[in-house]
Design a protein around this ligand. Structure first.
Ligand SMILES: [Zn+2]
Length: 350
C-alpha cells in the first residue's frame, strides 16, 4: 500500500504507525537513503506488507521523535485523566501552544520546555512527566516515595511542554517547498536544508533571547538578523510563542519556575544577583535528586528565567538536561528521564 506523508512525520514515526521497521521503509523506498532522511508532506511512501508486524512503540519510546503531532495525540488522554488543558496562544504557523495544569493547591508552579527547536527531548520529558503524574494522582499511588495526592493538594502545576512547535517540526521534518516560510528559512540557513542545529522559531528568532531582562545587552552581542539561533528579535516579546508564555506568567503568580533546555547537565539558578536567598537551598535539593551540577549563571541575559527572577524576585531555574550536540540522539531520552523525573517531583515540594 501507499502512504502520503503528513506534516510532522519522520521515517521512524511512519514505520511505527504501520508496525514495520524504519529499515524496511528505507529498503522499500529507494529514494530514501537513510532512516534519518527528511520526508516531506505529500511524498508517497510504499509500505511493505509484513507477516510479522513489529510491536507498536509507546509514544515516549526512546526510538521515536516527539513533536507537535505527538503532543496533540496526548490531549484527549490528558482530559480523561483530569488534566486541565488550555490553549494559551498560537505559534507563527498557528499551531496551538498548550498549557497543562494539575493539582488543587494554592501554590502555583510552572515548568516549560521545547523553547529551542533542537531541544525537543524536553517536550517529551515534560509530557511524559505530566502523564505519569496524572496517572499516579488518579490511582492515588505514591510515585518514587512522593505521596502524589498530598503533593497535589498543596500545589497547582502548570506545564507548557512545547513553546516552539514550528521549530521542533522544522528540526524533525526539514523544510518543504510549499511551506510558507520556505524561502525565508532557506535564506537564514544560507542555502542548507538540514536543521539539526536550528533552535529558533520559524522566523529565526531565539525564543529564549526575547525577554525584557538585559535584552539590549544580549541583543548587541548576538546575530543582528534572523538566524538559526541567538537572534534576539527587533525588540523584546515580538514573537507569538513568547507572548503566550508572557501572558500566562503575568496572569498567574508562580511561586517558582523551571525552564527545561538540553545542554550540559547543569542547573542555572541565578540572575545578576536578583534571585532570592532561598534559590540556593532549592537548587541544592534539585541537584541532589538529579546528579546535575548547580551553576549560578550562564552570564547571559534575555532568557525566560532571567526575566522571571527580575520581574518577581522569586526563584527561577534553567535545567539543562542531557549532554552532547543537539538534538541529542533519540536514545538520550533514557538518561534524560532517569535523571530528571525526581528533579521534577522535588520541584513540586521545595
Ligand atoms: Zn535551550
Amino acid at each position: 500500500m501507499n502512504y502520503s506523508v503528513r506534516q510532522g512525520d519522520t521515517v521512524a514515526k511512519v514505520a511505527n504507525a504501520f508496525q514495520i521497521r524504519p529499515f524496511d521503509l528505507v529498503l522499500f523506498n529507494p529514494r530514501l537513503t537513510s532512516e534519518h532522511e527528511y520526508i516531506q508532506p505529500g511524498m508517497i511512501l510504499h509500505i511493505p506488507n509484513t507477516q510479522n508486524p513489529q510491536q507498536k512503540l509507546d509514544l515516549f519510546d526512546h526510538r521515536l521523535e516527539f513533536g507537535p503531532n505527538e503532543l496533540d495525540e496526548m490531549i484527549p488522554t490528558f482530559k480523561k485523566l483530569g488534566v486541565r488543558v488550555e490553549v494559551i496562544g498560537f505559534s507563527v504557523m498557528k499551531k496551538p501552544i498548550y498549557a497543562l495544569s494539575i493539582g488543587r493547591g494554592k501554590k502555583e508552579i510552572f515548568y516549560s520546555g521545547g523553547w529551542h527547536a533542537n531541544e525537543w527531548h524536553t517536550s517529551k520529558f515534560l509530557t511524559k512527566f505530566v502523564y505519569e503524574l496524572a496517572t499516579a494522582y488518579e490511582s492515588q499511588n505514591d510515585w518514587y516515595g512522593y505521596n502524589i495526592v498530598e503533593v497535589l493538594e498543596k500545589i497547582k502545576l502548570f506545564v507548557v511542554p512545547l513553546v516552539n512547535p514550528d521549530g521542533v517540526e522544522l528540526v524533525q521534518q526539514g523544510i518543504y517547498s510549499n511551506h510558507p516560510y520556505y524561502d525565508e528559512v532557506v535564506r537564514i540557513n544560507k542555502g542548507e536544508t538540514r536543521f539539526e542545529h536550528w533552535s529558533s522559531n520559524i522566523r529565526g528568532v531565539d525564543l529564549n533571547h526575547q525577554w525584557p531582562a538585559g535584552w539590549e545587552i544580549e541583543a548587541k552581542e548576538s546575530p543582528q538578523t534572523p538566524w538559526s539561533r541567538h537572534y534576539s528579535g527587533t525588540e523584546p516579546l515580538t514573537e507569538p510563542e513568547v507572548k503566550a508564555v508572557y501572558r500566562l506568567s503575568k496572569r498567574l503568580a508562580f511561586a517558582h519556575v523551571v525552564a527545561f533546555h538540553s545542554q550540559g547537565q547543569v542547573i542555572y539558578w541565578g540572575y545578576r544577583g536578583l534571585e532570592p536567598e532561598c534559590s540556593k537551598q532549592m537548587v541544592e535539593r534539585l541537584a541532589l535528586v538529579s546528579s546535575y551540577l548547580p551553576v549560578h549563571t550562564a552570564d547571559s541575559d534575555g532568557g525566560y528565567k532571567d526575566w522571571f527572577i527580575q520581574e518577581t524576585g522569586r526563584p527561577g531555574f534553567t535545567v539543562e538536561v542531557g549532554i552532547g550536540t543537539n538534538p541529542l540522539p533519540n536514545k538520550a531520552f533514557a538518561e534524560i528521564w532517569s535523571n530528571n523525573v525526581l528533579l521534577a517531583l522535588e520541584g513540586l515540594v521545595i
